[in-house]
Design a protein around this ligand. Structure first.
Ligand code: UQ1
Length: 451
């Protein structure tokens, strides 16, 4: 079931060598064609080549209403990562290399690709300035650059993550995700603490998914007995800055029941602020004293937030997200600006599943807007969290705005019960459909394939 570290390393070496050779050739071709056209104006500019940016730009292209280079994508990243898979890397089920693709290979040649960052927005004049100083004009702008993971939000965290001997790791980063499973394997006794910060993060279920996988691993290794945790070699604590296991009451109740049944200590409203050697320090609300805990393994989820270039722009709301209407995805002030995905202010979970429903709404409304028609498509807040609760089991939480359940398979089964079929959706089907369809603009999530 588990891959050995040697296999992981061998695969890493093989894959990156292959992609390093092929990637630059494709990029040079793309650059050459833009020099010929000389165009720095586009009907639509999409900032971000992540899940939202790629789904939206390819859905726009597939509408048939755009010619060569009418749409541009801007992203400085060399790689596109399927981040939902990183929990599985932490559980020893996948390699991080298998979840990424070179960005330029995912972008249709009919799209103009600017492999650069964004320096500034000139929203009144409808252009952006790239990191290299070039100006790019647009009629419509889609802002979908995602958010940043701020390792610096916890004192001592960057150093602890970088230290190969420290038992501190995180699934929330390409550089740190492959430290997670070896740390789980290495622990033979002591305190294992899994943290979740107060505030908004991407995939709010992941901090506990990796805990449930580790628990199952230690259980199978004879190091943890859910029915007798105090007599077990390993003790498990979930320390979260939030007041409950999950934001949606229907699933939170079930997960809280599971936490108690499985003997996991719950420290709620405990927000990790510092790591010093084997001691973790947590802030408490309402002026209460900080709490310190000794650990033998610490899985950290840092705080996250908007990119500075978004937060410091006129596009941002008071907390830094692109301020869009929660139904239409159009910016509240700039009517030719749109946003979806993690960078948007849409008051839902920051997940790829949410983007399956956001992207078609944004695309439909953007096209209507270009044609001078009313915006009729409305996003209902659909999001999902395939909550891995152990090897071979997933609780498929699905909900819309207001934390109201909206379950695709609710007519068939009770979705608060973890199931093997949902585990295979999460582990095998979603990663496959992501690269096969989602990034190409042909996947509509619970609605199936788009026409
Ligand atoms: C989904 O489409 C998707 O993207 C490929 C996910 O992966 C990140 C999901 O987690 C979920 C839940 C969906 C929604 C699709 C179905 C069939 C429920």
């Amino acid at each position: 079931m588990f891959r050995s570290c040697a296999t992981l390393a061998a695969r890493a070496a093989g894959r990156s060598a292959m992609t390093a050779q092929t990637a630059p050739t494709i990029r040079n071709l793309a650059t050459a064609s833009s020099v010929v056209s000389g165009s720095r104006s586009h009907k639509v500019v999409v900032i971000g080549g992540g899940t939202a940016g790629l789904a939206i730009s390819h859905q726009l292209l597939r509408s048939g209403k755009f010619a060569q280079d009418d749409i541009a994508v801007v992203d400085p990243a060399e790689w596109h990562h399927y981040q939902p898979g990183w929990t599985l890397v932490g559980g020893g089920l996948k390699t991080k290399e298998s979840l990424r693709r070179p960005m330029n290979r995912l972008i249709d040649p009919k799209l103009k690709f600017y492999s650069d960052s964004v320096g500034a927005f000139s929203l009144e004049d409808n252009f952006i300035t790239l990191g290299n100083g070039d100006k790019v004009n647009y009629d419509q702008l889609v802002v979908a650059p995602g958010i940043t993971v701020n390792n610096g939000s916890v004192k001592g965290l960057p150093e602890a993550l970088a230290d190969p001997h420290s038992p501190v790791s995180s699934i929330y980063g390409y550089d740190t995700v492959d430290k997670v499973f070896p740390s789980i394997e290495k622990l033979k006794k002591g305190n294992a603490i899994f943290t979740q910060p107060a505030g908004v993060i991407k995939c709010a279920g992941a901090p506990q998914k990796i805990m449930w996988l580790a628990l199952d691993y230690w259980k199978r290794a004879g190091l943890y007995s859910p029915s007798n945790p105090s007599a077990s070699a390993v003790n498990i604590t979930f320390a979260t800055g939030l007041p409950s296991m999950f934001a949606v009451p229907r699933y939170s109740a079930k997960l809280e029941e599971m936490r108690k049944e499985r003997g996991v200590e719950g420290l709620f409203q405990h927000d990790l602020v510092a790591i010093d050697g084997n001691t973790a320090t947590f802030a408490r609300p309402d002026g209460q004293d900080q709490v310190t805990k000794r650990f033998d393994l610490l899985h950290v989820v840092p705080k996250m937030g908007p990119h500075a270039f978004v937060k410091n722009s006129a596009l941002a709301n008071e907390v830094g997200y692109v301020d869009v209407d929660e139904a239409t995805t159009r910016h509240k002030k700039y009517t030719n600006v749109w946003s979806a995905g993690d960078a948007s202010s849409l008051p839902t979970s920051k997940t790829a599943a949410a983007i399956t429903a956001e992207a078609p709404v944004l695309v439909s409304n953007l096209l209507s807007s270009i044609q001078g028609k009313d915006l009729v498509a409305a996003y209902d807040g659909y999001a999902s969290c395939p909550l891995v609760t152990g090897y071979g089991e997933v609780l498929l939480a699905e909900f819309k705005y207001g934390g109201v359940p909206q379950e695709t398979f609710g007519w068939l089964v009770d979705q608060t019960v973890p199931r093997r079929a949902f585990y295979h959706l999460k582990k095998d089907f979603f990663p496959w459909v992501h690269y096969q369809s989602m990034v190409k603009g042909t996947w509509g999530g619970p609605k199936g394939w788009l026409k």
